[in-house]
Write a protein that binds this ligand. Structure first.
Ligand code: PEP
Ligand code: MG
Length: 581
């Protein structure tokens, strides 16, 4: 048994056989074989090498004809690697002596070589590592491998991978993948957010561990504590099975309060909304008693596609969300593409600092054709109803005014075309950049509502990449600097009587949600699965207590002190819930 520590990003426990997804997105299945199958496995490997070699030969000939000898030579080099006797000896040894499948043997040996080349510190050697990756891909394909999204068939398993993009995560088959763990990744990345939306237990940022997994190992993912347990013993397995059961029982109990209001013991009502990425999630919003959608991340329609979705496709998707919510409100956020949300689209430039680059509203304003198409689809979907449009990552008034102007023009065009306008159109902005907080007293007169995006606000306040495990300790919403900005935003909005909600993940944790309420927020938006526990917490406390707690928070110097204070107060006031996890 081996216990590894990572970062807990999506609560829950998953127990199952591991399925390794290598860096190139190929499933490495059947990691270990029966010893009686070794001969067949060696034969499969030989056939695949011959097949891969003739594919490379074909590529070489074609590229030499079309692009010249120099390009053709790349494939000769790949062929040389593929047929290298040292590599072949290592593969054969792993199959013969350790009964590994050909796929696993190929992948683990080439991983080792690529890793070594990559760390030699020169560009030429790094190039060599990329060549090794290409050879690996060719050989895995010849072995019948298929990229993740194309393959199916396997039973239920726990996925282990170097990394997963948000789009790959969204495409995971929830019926088959019980949970996942990755070597890299940080607490606020969109992979983590998608995992929470899908209610799939996940741990990221575990560090290098894939080489430690052998065969079809059993794995436990503890998405509460952030641990990954390889080859657990029977006692550990049993205790995790019990925790899993207890969680199911608790969740069932929370459904009893689904239709009750989120109201404190001293009578203050809070509006609980849900964050969604896909129309299919509306069902879980309704199941969890959400009063509407406080953040619809529309960019996920782009992330799952290999081409730009048409206006009609966007219209149909938004319409589905609006219709299935019946009369409940929905805040549609315009495209928040870029940074870690890139998918396979051509429209995004390569940037050396994408989190500080052309992302989000900046990208929409730079690509007015795409922006206009999206706004048309939204306005059409909300024809004769209320439409709440929200712009993400606004950092200047100029951006807000330009975005509003484009929206106005698009609305006028549609009216001229005879499309009935929304009965009511509200325009809001996300507050997720310190510049927006500092200028909020100006912004506030030009919007109908604001939503505080704490995920990015933490990132840009602390100058910490939300998806980077190496600086995850700095990524905290309890840092006094972040809390000051949140408090300032809430005060400005409340003073101006402009609707304010928090839609970052801080709303999803009961103790932090109560703190936000104590700071003056009356609307929270969180992943659907988080709502019942937040509601239960709200219904169990007095606002007055949490206002007092919120006023004490600014006495502390560090996130750690705030954490400790908050946890202690939460345990005092809600002992049953504190024990719950
Ligand atoms: C945020 O930044 O807090 C937010 C809700 O938006 P996203 O997580 O999609 O960046
Ligand atoms: Mg954001």
């Amino acid at each position: 048994m081996l216990e590894l520590q990572g970062i807990a990003v999506s609560p829950g426990v998953a127990i199952g056989k591991v399925l390794i997804l290598d860096r190139e997105g190929y499933r490495i299945t059947r990691s270990q074989i029966d010893s009686s199958d070794r001969h067949n496995e060696l034969e499969r490997l030989r056939t695949a090498i011959a097949e891969a070699s003739s594919r490379l030969d074909l590529h070489r000939q074609r590229s030499t004809d079309q692009l010249g000898e120099q390009v053709g030579a790349i494939f000769s080099a790949h062929q040389g690697l593929l047929l290298d006797p040292c590599l072949q000896k290592d593969w054969v040894q792993l199959i013969e002596e350790q009964c590994y499948s050909a796929e696993f043997a190929v992948s683990s040996v080439l991983n080792r070589y690529a890793h070594a080349f990559r760390h030699m510190g020169s560009d030429t050697m790094s190039e060599r590592a990329n060549d090794i990756r290409d050879v690996e891909r060719t050989l895995l394909e010849a072995l019948g491998g298929a990229p993740l999204e194309a393959s199916g068939g396997a039973g239920q398993s726990v996925l282990a991978s170097h990394d997963l993009t948000p789009a790959e995560t969204a495409n995971l088959d929830r019926e088959k993948i019980l949970g996942f763990c990755t070597e890299v990744g940080g607490p606020g990345g969109h992979t983590a957010i998608v995992a929470r939306g899908m209610e799939i237990p996940a741990v990221v940022g575990v560090g290098n561990f894939l080489h430690r997994i052998s065969g079809e190992s059993q794995v436990i993912i503890d998405g509460f504590r952030g641990t990954v347990i390889l080859q657990p013993d029977e006692q550990t397995l049993e205790s995790y099975r019990q925790r899993r059961e207890a969680r199911v029982t608790r969740a069932a109990k929370l459904t009893e309060i689904r239709d009750l209001p989120a109201i404190t013991l001293d009578g203050t009502q809070v509006c609980l909304l849900a964050n969604i990425e896909f129309p299919s999630e509306v069902a879980s919003c309704l199941q969890r008693g959400a009063e509407g959608v406080g953040l619809y991340r529309t960019e996920f329609l782009y992330l799952g596609a290999d081409r730009e979705p048409t206006e009609e496709e966007q219209f149909q998707t938004y319409r589905e969300v609006v219709n299935s919510l019946h009369d409940l409100p929905v805040i549609m956020r315009t495209l928040d593409l870029g940074a870690d949300k890139v998918g396979s689209l051509q429209m995004l430039e390569r940037e050396s600092n994408p989190f500080l680059g052309l992302r989000s509203i900046r990208l929409s304003l730079r690509q007015p054709r795409i922006f206009r198409i999206q706004l048309r689809a939204m306005l059409r979907a909300a024809s004769e109803r209320t439409l709440k449009v929200m712009f993400p990552l606004v950092s200047t008034l100029h951006e807000l005014r330009t975005a509003r102007m484009v929206l106005r023009q698009v609305a006028e065009d549609l009216e001229e075309e005879g499309v009935p306008p929304p009965a009511k159109l509200e325009v809001g902005m996300m507050v997720e950049v310190p510049a927006a907080v500092l200028m909020l007293d100006h912004f506030i007169h030009e919007v109908d509502f604001i939503s505080i995006g704490t995920n990015d606000l933490i990132q840009y306040t602390m100058a910490v990449d939300r998806g980077n495990e190496f600086v995850a300790d700095l990524y905290s919403g309890h840092d006094p600097a972040v809390l000051r900005l949140i408090k300032q935003s809430i005060d400005i909005a409340n003073q101006a009587q402009v609707e304010v909600s928090v839609c970052g993940e801080m709303s999803a944790t009961p103790a932090t949600a109560l703190l936000l309420i104590g700071l003056g927020v009356r609307a929270l938006s969180a992943p659907p699965a988080a709502l019942p526990a937040v509601k239960q917490a709200i219904r169990s406390v007095r606002l007055e207590d949490w206002q007092q707690i919120a006023s004490r928070i600014f006495d502390f110097d560090t996130a750690r002190e705030v954490d400790a204070f908050l946890q202690a107060r939460f345990s005092d006031l809600l002992p049953d819930m504190a024990l719950g996890v």
